[in-house]
Design a protein around this ligand. Sequence first.
Ligand code: FES
Ligand code: FES
Length: 152
Amino acid sequence: MAQFDLNINGKKHSVDVDPETPLLWVLRDNLKLVGTKYGCGIAQCGACTVHFNGSAVRSCQVPISAAQENEITTIEGLSENGDHPVQKAWLEHDVPQCGYCQAGQIMAATALLKNNPSPSDAEIEDVMNGNICRCGTYNRIKAAIKSASQTV
Ligand code: FES
Ligand code: FES
């Protein structure tokens, strides 16, 4: 066990865990930020996507020892009131079905639009390809990203 100082959603946190503990576990179990979901644990589904210094990463693959001194944002910290343009577009297009994958989808989409405010269909597919949705909401996800791209 060791102590790690973290910067999550603009707040400082300190946790005492094994250095190999995945960031996802710390978010959910230690910090109770349960918006980030566990899907596969092996980098295959994207349900655990968070922002790491502004880029989308799979938090199940980041050991907590690599997370110190970095800026981490989870779905809870994306906006004050759920009013990020991507979240608004999600509502407008009624994207979620069961909802399980959606935090990861939104975090991947917001990172995409930050780097590329006006992505083509092919660019959206390329980036979002690794975020699996068992309910098949892919068409609505793409439509919501397209409409958010006009506003970010
Ligand atoms: S839980 Fe991390 S990619 Fe599936
Ligand atoms: S909305 Fe159900 S898994 Fe995506």
